[in-house]
Design a protein around this ligand. Structure first.
Ligand SMILES: *Cc1c(COP(=O)(O)O)cnc(C)c1O
Length: 439
């Protein structure tokens, strides 16, 4: 396939006029023709089935789970079955799934929660919202995941939870994380918001932790605009999550039952979301397989390019969900061309790309929050400097300088898309010196 394509490309180029050949070969940023002008597959994907499902909810008038929660229940049962979990609770979004999990585990002011610095900010925000202290543990440069060898040293008598994130649909080292968690009897909340269908040793992620949290936000691999879910095998914990997400009320019996089990919030999913997720879900396995195959092919192509280092997986990761395709860019192999200019050049070739996250542990807003008036009751102001020192993540700092991302939708096309990505990078490498001078 590779050979056939490149041969065809070669023959095509060879029969073109010499001037065109030169123009084609030069980077688009230097006036050459872009490798690609076609857009990558669009997202979300909508079928007549989706339209029917949403319309059915609309016409039923039962738009939310009170007083009749059958649509939400049906989604919860289907998602639990797909994931292999005993219980599922649908939530308004991924942030609320994490937020309710922490509430159900009674995590509060001054408690410490271990988190990675390389994640979407929601992972940290839910900790701060409970007035708990995020303890950042450095990243494994090779996998982009929380470094399992550095977790144990971060545990203190105040540690109340570990939130590993399966970042990009790749899987954090669950064997080691679960071993540490069980040694110290600390609950694990899996942030699987980017990892629908990802597997560890043949079992879906999100089913290993005390809870597993998912997001169905529009860009996620399974989506309904907004949406989320909590998975757990714990009969009592699911009821605590339910109550918290339903303003402290118990299971829906009728709308005018004003008895409360606890405090809480309204974090409920609507039936529009639930119905859409059920039809979208029927295509998830096939889409996951397409992403996996394209990503494997892309990795094979990119590993041949000096200075491009695709993220590795731990041996236990038996399926990567590829919410993101992530690699490290080594400028030294590109004549010192900065990552910023590399990204610009790649975009000019028709390949959308991103530099990804900045180091969360260095976010200036953290100081404002953690030295605020309310925090001083359990976190003396002078603690902040010590906390900063304790949560330095030098490897993550480096990763954030080198990372490049492609989004999951770019993996939904065919193999020739992957070949064009590799071709664009090879072209940039060839002209890296010139690009650097022009920048
Ligand atoms: C998307 C995401 C969330 C939050 O999910 P929302 O549905 O946007 O609230 C949390 N953690 C990670 C890692 C995410 O990617």
């Amino acid at each position: 396939m590779t050979q056939r394509f490149s041969r065809r490309a070669f023959l095509g180029a060879a029969t073109a006029a010499p001037s065109l050949l030169i123009a084609n070969d030069r980077p688009a940023l230097l006036g050459g023709r872009p490798v690609r002008s076609k857009p990558f597959p669009s997202w979300p994907r909508i079928t007549a089935e989706d339209e029917r499902a949403v319309l059915e909810v609309l016409r039923s008038g039962i738009w939310c789970r009170n007083p009749d929660d059958r649509v939400a229940r049906q989604f919860e049962q289907q998602y639990a079955a797909l994931m292999g979990a005993k219980h599922c609770l649908a939530t308004a979004n991924g942030t609320s799934a994490l937020f309710a999990s922490l509430a159900a585990l009674d995590i509060g002011p001054g408690d410490e929660v271990i988190v990675p610095p390389y994640t979407f900010v929601a992972t940290i925000n839910v900790v701060l919202l409970h007035h708990a202290i995020p303890i950042f543990v450095d990243t494994d440069l090779e996998t982009f995941q929380i470094d399992p060898t550095k977790i144990e040293a971060a545990i203190t008598e105040r540690t109340r939870a570990i939130i590993p994130v399966h970042l990009g649909g790749n899987v954090a080292d669950l064997d080691r994380i679960l071993a540490i968690a069980s040694k110290y009897r600390i609950p694990v909340i899996e942030d699987a918001c980017q990892a629908h269908m990802a597997e560890w040793r043949g079992r879906k992620v999100g089913t290993y932790g005390t809870t597993g949290c998912f997001s169905f936000q529009l860009t996620k691999n399974l989506c309904s605009g907004e949406g989320g879910a909590i998975l757990t095998n714990d009969d009592q914990l699911i009821e605590r999550c339910y109550s918290f997400h339903n303003n402290g009320r118990g299971r829906v019996r009728h709308g005018l039952d004003f008895t409360y089990l606890t405090h809480g919030s309204n974090l409920r999913m609507t039936h529009f979301q639930a119905a859409l997720l059920m039809t979208q879900m029927t295509r998830l396995e096939e889409q996951t397989r397409t992403r996996e195959q394209n990503a494997a092919y892309l990795t094979q192509l990119l590993r041949e390019i000096p200075g491009i280092h695709p993220a590795n997986q731990y041996a236990g990761c038996t399926r990567n969900a590829y919410h993101l395709y992530m690699f490290r860019y080594d400028a030294e192999q590109f004549a010192g061309l900065s990552r910023d200019t590399f990204l610009k050049a790649l975009r000019a070739e028709g390949i959308p790309c991103s530099e990804g996250y900045k180091p969360l542990n260095r976010e200036p807003f953290l100081k404002n929050v953690m030295t605020s008036r309310t925090w001083q009751r359990f976190f003396p102001k002078q603690e902040f400097a010590r906390w900063q020192e304790r949560t330095r993540c030098p490897v993550n700092d480096r990763l954030c300088q080198q990372a490049v991302w492609f989004t999951q939708t770019m993996l939904l096309g065919d193999r020739s898309d992957m070949e064009q990505i590799a071709e664009a990078i090879r072209k940039i490498q060839k002209y890296a010196g010139e690009l650097r001078k022009a920048a």
